[in-house]
Design a protein around this ligand. Structure first.
Ligand code: HXC
Length: 257
């Protein structure tokens, strides 16, 4: 099977998925997310696969949701059309999925990495939720999963200032499970995935389910309210300004409206 925005490979019982939109630093548009969900759906029922590694390029795991695709969206379309609805189905993938992150994991890219079961990062990785700089907020779990992973102080810092956190800070904050030299990234993730894939599948699925349950209680409500807030920001002029400024490569002039 071939995809427009993904590369796929199998190594024994491990599937490797590589996000492949290099011209846009792997920005997550609707095609990427549709293809990713389709592929994961197939891997979930594929008895030959026991674990998945999701990765990007050396420069970017993913630099966020695609700003050019979101730029002209308004509130009513975002809300009634359920914009990004279903994107977080990835968090419901039942087999273990490891994010191997090098370079930028920003906005939706950071959120996608956090939907995986754990993150192995190269020392070059940079994490952040820069949505505030565009006049919006995280919409795919950033305000919820990041807060659970690193605590309120750092989550507030990242979501309110839009600053990036380097790989060492992300590891010490608890967002990253393992930090490795750039050239070790894929091998480290593949070895971890192969080890998991060699264990009993029912036990692995239940271990994932059990840990996820501890992590996710009350997450549903948090995500629901986050989605409403995220949609409503497409009613603001500042969202249009923030995204136009990005596309036009200039500083935004926010008017607080
Ligand atoms: C669309 C993007 C993009 C994005 C980068 N590009 N990020 N296109 N959406 N999120 C494009 C650029 O427009 C540019 O295209 C090309 O990728 C290379 O990017 P540069 O900016 O030239 O690279 P560089 O100078 O190295 O800067 C890297 C960067 C910067 C710091 C990561 O690209 C950046 O700030 N990107 C946006 C990060 C961001 O704000 N993410 C959050 C998005 S909102 P051209 O055509 O000019 O060459 C979000 C909401 C999630 O994620 C909520 C729901 C899913």
């Amino acid at each position: 099977m071939s995809f427009e925005t993904l590369l796929t490979e199998r190594r024994d019982r491990v599937a490797i998925i590589t996000l492949n939109r290099p011209q846009a630093l792997n920005a997550l548009n609707s095609t990427v997310m549709r293809e990713l969900r389709q592929l994961l759906g197939e891997l979930e029922t594929d008895s030959g696969i026991g674990a998945v590694v999701l990765t990007g390029s050396e420069k970017a795991f993913a630099a966020g949701a695609d700003i050019k695709e979101m730029q002209s969206l308004d509130f009513v379309d975002a809300y009634t059309g359920g914009f990004i609805g279903g994107w977080d189905e990835i968090a419901g993938f039942r087999k273990p999925i490891i994010a191997a992150v090098s370079g930028f994991a920003l906005g939706g890219g950071c959120e996608l990495a956090m939907m995986c079961d754990f993150i192995i990062a190269s020392k070059t990785a940079k994490f952040g939720q820069p949505e505030i700089t565009l006049g919006i907020i995280p919409g795919m779990g950033g305000s919820q999963r990041l807060t659970r992973a690193v605590g309120k102080a750092k989550a507030m810092d990242l979501c309110l200032t839009g600053r990036m956190m380097d790989a060492a800070e992300a590891e010490s904050a608890g967002l990253v499970a393992r930090l490795v030299e750039p050239e070790r990234l894929l091998d480290e993730a593949l070895e971890a995935a192969a080890k998991i894939a060699a264990f009993s599948l029912p036990a692995v699925l239940m271990a994932k389910e059990a840990v996820s349950r501890a992590f996710e209680q009350t997450l549903t409500e948090g995500l629901r309210s986050e989605r409403r807030l995220f949609h409503s920001l497409f009613a603001t002029q500042d969202q249009k300004e923030g995204m136009a400024a990005f596309v036009e490569k200039r500083k935004p002039a926010f008017r607080n409206r």
